[in-house]
Design a protein around this ligand. Structure first.
Ligand SMILES: [Fe+2]
Ligand SMILES: [Fe+2]
Length: 133
């Protein structure tokens, strides 16, 4: 369970923090929909997450390019890996049946990898941007 968003996860760049909180809450909704076996809601939240993650990653990458962040390539590679996983799930969801195992796998993926990316990768970008903004 993700629980509540804690201050520990803030990187102190308002625009990015707001997006992280939205993503965090949506992942929590995704988890609840999985627990309730509410597949329509699972698909609705997943589609939201897909688009929101794409835009969020783009925004972070724009900051990195604009301020010539030295960890750009590495950070972008992490985003690409994350998106590849989302697109793989997306094609599974577009098939005509719901695989509970796959959905539980997605649930686990979002829960574990999002907080990890935030606390290990985005936090470094935050420290860098706090100096620039
Ligand atoms: Fe990131
Ligand atoms: Fe992020």
């Amino acid at each position: 369970m993700l629980g509540l968003f804690t201050d520990r996860l803030l990187i102190c760049v308002d625009k990015i923090d707001e997006q992280h909180i939205k993503l965090f809450n949506a992942i929590e909704q995704f988890r609840e929909a999985c627990n309730d076996r509410d597949w329509d809601e699972v698909i609705r939240v997943f589609n939201f997450l897909k688009v929101y993650f794409e835009n969020h990653f783009k925004d972070e990458e724009e900051y990195m390019v604009k301020y010539m962040y030295s960890g750009y390539e590495e950070h972008k590679a992490e985003h690409n890996l994350f998106l590849r996983k989302i697109y793989a799930f997306d094609s599974v969801l577009k098939m005509n049946y719901i695989s509970i195992t796959k959905i539980m796998e997605m649930n686990e993926f979002f829960t574990e990898n999002f907080v990890m990316h935030l606390s290990e990768v985005d936090s470094k970008l935050g420290v860098f941007l706090n100096d620039k903004l």
